[in-house]
Design a protein around this ligand. Structure first.
Ligand code: NAD
Ligand code: UGA
Length: 464
């Protein structure tokens, strides 16, 4: 079967970029990305392609090429579902905030709503592709809903988890390490559905890089990949604390161990803690699944990755307070960076939010600058935490347009995101405009310690 018409439900950080690349690489396939969020769809359709809702290097060029040709963004979910022969579900699967599994399990309500909508609307056979990250065996629940509430049409369910990282989404999608497709390889219909999706990716991904497995392996591999990646960050962050006590330097340790080909050099950068919408949520989900099977040791093992990460964020903030003579009340602290990593405007679970919250609890005067994150987003992130009233947040925190405005007359600067532009700042100028002694806390190992100390800064970097 040749796929001619794709619908993707969810125009977020995964659905938008993934579908843009599929459309760019497959001009004969019509790709419609739908969402219930009207504002988001309007932004994807903005005539000024620089105003699309997600900032990713290279993405606006891809959208400019395909949009209006074979890539469409719409709020008419029903029409797109009915017209499609393949439907990707790419909606959010956040951690549950209520009921059984609260704070751990994945909230599958958006997934279930999609399944019910597809079942209600579909009048022809469809291949349903799980693009969202889901607990192992979710496909079973989807199939039940689709088969029992549908109009008698046939559904094949595939799992096709996404491995892109934000900030490098376009490159990751264009040259994926692997594409993983899980399907029912025991039946002819299942094999045909898998082949149909293999052929979509075959437009630009070589056969060697497309891996097919059973559905459960595919679903579990996604959670496993994120758990292993986050575990590396927590492992190096654990070492960063030991480095600070012993005079070792975590960058040197990372280099030394990374040269062992069995360990490898990637993902060993010590930091103020990992953020992003997925590492924490997916590990919590894994922990919940392990617990639900009675595997307490497995659950405890992975939970430690999160415990270490929370510790890293807290100890970075505590160190600021301790260093500033145990009080930051009324002191101006400049935070450079709010996004959870560079080259994205995404702030979900960013370490910056937790560091700011800690400092605000200590009544610091926090001034934030991030090149891509809006003031509205920063305030929304703090309001969402709920530590204090919205009015208090607005009173205590200031968001400014330049790093220079943030650091002027500050007692301390803290680097929370590794934006390249922060390296290129005029640090002499910043030093002169700050109160003395001028403290600099580098949560990303971005700056050259010796050079900054030579300028006069009291310099603190994670892991040295
Ligand atoms: P997101 O919140 O940016 O986007 C999800 C979108 O789905 C939202 O715009 C929302 O309005 C829409 N939506 C929800 N329910 C809907 C419905 N019933 N009908 C239509 N639209 C609906 O989320 P995201 O970051 O794109 O993540 C989506 C999934 O992909 C998650 O499961 C996540 O774990 C996974 N994932 C994310 C990343 C990443 O880098 N962000 C990478 C790999 C996998
Ligand atoms: C991560 C995975 O890398 C993707 O493969 C996966 O698809 C995605 O999660 C997902 O499922 O959502 P992402 O969260 O976008 O991607 O970004 P990463 O590059 O993995 O960074 C995550 C966090 O870890 C960031 O805060 C980053 O600063 C931090 N990090 C990363 C470190 O502190 N040190 C490192 O060495 C690497």
């Amino acid at each position: 079967m040749k796929v001619k018409n794709i619908c993707c439900i969810g125009a977020g950080y995964v659905g938008g970029p993934t579908m843009a690349i599929i459309a760019q690489k497959s001009p004969e396939i019509r790709v419609t990305v739908v969402d219930i969020n009207e504002k988001r769809i309007a932004a994807w359709n903005d005539p000024d392609v620089e105003k699309i809702p997600i900032y990713e290097p290279g993405l606006s060029e891809v959208v400019a090429e395909a949009r209006g040709r074979n890539l469409f963004f719409s709020t008419d979910v029903d029409a797109a579902i009915d017209a499609a022969d393949m439907i990707f579900i790419s909606v959010n699967t956040p951690t549950k905030t209520y009921g059984i599994g609260k704070g751990m399990a994945a909230d599958l309500k958006y997934i279930e709503l999609c399944a019910r909508q597809i079942a209600r609307v579909a009048t022809s056979d469809k291949i349903i592709v799980e693009k969202s990250t889901l607990p192992v065996r979710t496909a079973e629940a989807l199939k039940n809903i689709l088969d029992n509430t549908g109009n008698g049409v046939n559904f094949q369910i595939l799992s096709n988890p996404e491995f892109l990282a934000e900030g490098t989404a376009v490159a990751d999608l264009q040259m994926p390490d692997r594409v993983l497709i899980g399907g029912d390889l025991d039946t002819e219909a299942g094999k045909a559905a898998v082949q149909a999706l293999v052929d979509v990716y075959g437009h630009w991904v070589t056969a060697d890089n497309i891996l097919t497995t059973n559905v459960w392996s595919s679903e579990l591999s996604k959670l496993t990949a994120n758990a292993f990646l986050a575990q590396r960050v927590s492992s190096i962050n654990a070492m960063s604390e030991l480095c600070e006590k012993t005079g070792a330097d975590v960058n040197e340790v990372a280099k030394a161990i990374g040269m062992d080909s069995r360990i490898g050099p990637k993902f060993l950068k010590a930091s103020v803690g990992f953020g992003g919408s997925c590492f924490q949520k997916d590990i919590l989900n894994l922990v919940y699944i392990a617990k639900s099977f009675g595997l307490q040791e497995v659950a405890d093992y992975w939970e430690q990755v999160i415990i270490m990460n929370d510790h890293q964020k807290r100890r970075f903030a505590e160190n600021i307070v301790r260093t500033l003579y145990n009080t930051v009340s009324g002191k101006k602290i400049a935070m450079l960076g709010w996004a959870f990593k560079k080259d994205t405007n995404d702030t979900r679970e960013s370490a910056a939010i937790y560091v700011a919250d800690y400092l605000l609890n200590e009544r610091a005067e926090v001034v934030v600058y991030d090149p891509k994150v809006t003031k509205e987003q920063i305030l929304a992130d703090l309001d969402y935490l709920g530590s204090r009233s919205e009015a208090e947040n607005r009173e205590l925190i200031t968001v400014v347009d330049t790093a220079y405005a943030a650091t002027r007359e500050a007692h301390a600067v803290a680097i929370l995101t590794e934006w390249d532009a922060f390296v290129a700042l005029d640090w002499d100028h910043i030093y002169k405009a700050m109160l003395k002694p001028a403290f600099l806390f580098d949560g990303r190992r971005l700056l050259d310690k010796e050079a900054l100390q030579a300028k006069g800064f009291e310099f603190y970097a994670i892991g040295s």
